[in-house]
Design a protein around this ligand. Structure first.
Ligand code: 4AD
Ligand code: MG
Length: 439
């Protein structure tokens, strides 16, 4: 029987190069740059899935003719690995042979081998498979990958169970008009706006659950903070004593993510010059206090929500007062929160809910949910919903649920704020907006 071992052909990746000093190895990747040094000496820099690899070709000594190769060609290079402090990863390869695995047929639409990535957002997105190859673009998603992995890991450590819930659903959970309809054979379904109902159902099973998955919002406008499909990092947990338990879990989790992140992507964090936030205790203010603070700066038209400028004012104020780049704003008005939101027993005009703002932008909404059957049915009727349409969801209330709550954290929003990107589209591999559905 044939077996495949990872090192069978010593096909080495960039980051482990320095373990192979004076050995014959094979690497493969795309030609990133060919540099002529004079005296028949060339550097062929290869970009593999991890990083860059410097290969040295002395054409006088070799039968390889450099003219055959161009930027973008995907090649396999065999040669002797040798220490070289000036090369990436402290080693380079003295080339003995090159095999072209795939020849690039067109010139690149823009250069991806310059230090800076100076391509406009439209070209960046139109040529996404190419632009993402630039080390700085790639770094955004290496960091994003580590964030979502650490979200799951941080919650696994405190006994959360990962779940996978349907994205074709019978009802939009978050209310509002921004729900996509889907023809489903002879019926109509919706694309999930969030895993809300299902994660609540699963609290009745596991107690602590989490999900990282796509959600859909039919936002009929282009903004720098909205996508029509994004990745939501959700958790839901019960029993809880109060909605403040949820904020505590989020504080723990963000601290965990930011402490661990450099262990997984320090090179990328350095490349993008990321300033890591310090998280101690995150300040908490009520919505009513937030509105007071904003009203000192400007007139408030709508007292039921914070607009983008209001979020910025609050973050600047909190940073000045406490040094924190995060702030929880609590007790959002009942009229602005979905049907499942628990109202404050002391004042039913506000909910036991919160938003987390980071560097001037909402990244999370969370709160306590209604667990009582009568209360939930009453609220549905009050808001104009027909409880008969929610029979399967209402099973949890009917058959006993612990007091519970949770939150949804937008992966692209968190990435965008951490990396100081000017549009959320830069934090999404293949963004979907009202005007963009390709690639
Ligand atoms: O504030 P949202 O709509 O809340 C919910 O989905 C609730 N089910 C959460 C909960 O568990 N109570 O969305 C949560 C987060 C927002 O704070 C934001 O980070 C992100 O999802 N988000 C978007 N990101 C990109 N594009 C959009 N159109 C987004 N809408 C929300
Ligand atoms: Mg929200």
């Amino acid at each position: 029987m044939k077996t495949v071992s990872a090192n069978q052909h010593l096909n080495v990746h960039a980051c482990s190069l320095n373990e192979y000093d004076r050995q014959k190895i094979t690497i493969s990747g795309a030609i990133y740059r060919i540099r002529k040094l004079g005296g028949g000496l060339f550097f062929i820099v290869i970009r593999d899935g991890e990083s860059l690899i410097q290969c040295k070709l002395e054409s006088n000594e070799s039968i390889i003719s450099i003219e055959e190769y161009s930027e973008g060609d995907y090649v396999s290079i065999t040669g002797i690995c040798q220490k070289e402090n000036r090369a990436p990863h402290g080693a380079e390869i003295k080339v003995q042979s090159i095999e072209i695995l795939s020849k690039s047929t067109e010139e690149m639409p823009f250069s991806i081998n310059q230090k800076l990535f100076e391509v406009g957002l439209d070209s960046n997105l139109n040529f996404r498979p190419i632009s993402l190859r630039h080390p700085k673009q790639r770094a955004i998603f290496a960091i994003q990958s580590a964030i979502s992995m650490l979200f799951r890991q941080g919650l696994s450590l405190i006994d959360f169970t990962e779940i996978h819930t349907p994205k074709l659903v019978f009802a939009g959970a978050e209310g509002g008009a921004n729900v996509f309809k889907v023809k489903y054979f002879e019926r109509e379904l919706f694309l999930a706006q969030s895993p809300q109902f299902y994660k609540q159902m699963m609290v009745g099973v596991f107690g602590k659950v989490m999900e990282v998955g796509p959600v859909f919002r039919a936002e009929p406008h282009e903004t720098s903070r909205h996508l029509n499909e994004y990745t939501s990092m959700d958790l839901e947990v019960g029993p809880i004593k109060s909605f403040e338990d949820i904020m505590e879990i989020e504080t723990y989790l963000l601290r965990y993510i930011f402490e661990e992140l450099p262990k997984f992507c320090s090179a990328e964090l350095k490349l993008l010059e990321v300033s890591m936030p310090q998280i101690n205790n995150i300040p908490i203010i009520k919505m009513s206090e937030a509105l007071e603070i904003i009203s000192k700066n400007r007139k408030i038209k709508d007292r039921s929500d914070l607009d983008p400028q209001g979020e910025q004012i609050i973050c600047q104020y909190i940073f000045k007062e406490t040094g924190s780049e995060f702030v929880f704003v609590t007790h959002y008005p009942t009229i602005k929160r979905p049907v499942y939101a628990m109202e404050d027993p002391e004042n039913n005009e506000v909910t036991l809910s919160f938003d987390l703002l980071f560097r001037g932008l909402e990244i999370t909404t969370g709160g306590q949910r209604i667990h009582d059957y009568k209360m939930q049915v009453e609220k549905m009727k009050r808001l104009g919903y027909n409880p008969d349409d929610f029979v399967s969801y209402l099973q949890i209330h009917k058959y006993g649920m612990p007091p519970h709550g949770g939150f949804g954290l937008g992966l692209e929003r968190l990435t965008m704020q951490l990396l100081n990107l000017s549009s959320i589209k830069e934090a999404c591999l293949f963004p979907r907006t009202i005007n963009r559905i390709t690639p």
